[in-house]
Design a binder for this molecule. Structure first.
Ligand code: FPP
Length: 228
């Protein structure tokens, strides 16, 4: 386990702005999502080098089904290709893949692909990459509370133990790109004491130097967790 000097073990990102990135270039929205996948690759590599243990990326929310059918299918296609093409690299770089959200409800071919990728990377230790797919924090909390209630009393600890992120380090830093300042149903419980970082940079333009800048600012923040 690496504790880098910025101190952030778990970083989450709302990767926003792919559509606007494409629009600025007069390209179709899917081109923005493709560039977004490239940014994911670069940032996941950088995260390992920067000593981040876990990274959670918001790839597809339970609300994204409201997008046009073509865009939904483009996003699913990109996701499948990403998992297929990067699995070898995860193995080489000791990246453990994790998927959070209601992903078992996705198309059977996607579920099969994910199951295989989870199994192939389950022994990896350096970085955990959690991809949020068909994820909504309110849905996660309903599932966690239901499971906690079935097992015994509902307490903060038992709910936390049934969250999709239960086996991950506490969330330290949540980044949102592209200038929007909201959480959009992402990691609501986990954000209780996370530091929030908003940048105007569009996701496809987000580079390792931008991640470094967020971590530098994180290192300067004074986290008091309600104390003095
Ligand atoms: C937000 O941009 C981005 C998304 C809804 C999808 C994020 C997906 C990726 C970056 C690609 C796949 C991810 C992985 C892990 C391989 P937007 O379309 O809302 O942009 P806009 O607000 O500018 O329209």
């Amino acid at each position: 386990m690496t504790i880098a000097n910025h101190g952030a073990r778990h970083v989450a990102i709302i990767m926003d702005g792919n559509g606007r990135w494409a629009k600025k270039r007069l390209l179709p929205r899917v081109a923005g999502h493709k560039a977004g996948v490239e940014a994911v690759r670069t940032i996941v590599r950088a995260a390992g080098d920067l000593g981040i243990e876990a990274m959670t990326l918001y790839a597809f929310s339970s609300e994204n089904w409201k997008r046009p059918e073509e865009e939904v299918s483009d996003l699913m296609g990109l996701m499948k290709r990403f998992i297929l093409s990067d699995l070898d690299e995860f193995a080489a770089n000791d990246v453990k893949l994790k998927v959070i959200g209601n992903w078992r409800a996705l198309a059977p071919d996607v579920v099969k692909l994910i199951d295989n990728a989870l199994e192939r990377t389950s022994g990896n230790k350096r970085t955990t990459l959690a991809v949020a797919l068909n994820y909504g924090a309110q849905d996660e909390l309903v599932r966690a509370a239901t499971a906690a209630a079935a097992a015994g009393p509902i307490t903060e600890e038992t709910i936390a133990a049934h969250l999709d992120t239960a086996d991950m380090p506490p969330l330290d830093l949540l980044i949102r790109t592209s200038g929007e300042v909201r959480l959009s149903n992402f990691l609501l419980w986990q954000s209780a004491y996370a530091e929030l970082y908003f940048t105007d940079t569009l996701w496809p333009d987000f580079k390792p130097a931008d991640l470094k800048a967020a971590l530098d600012q994180f290192a300067r923040r004074d986290r008091r967790y309600g104390g003095l």
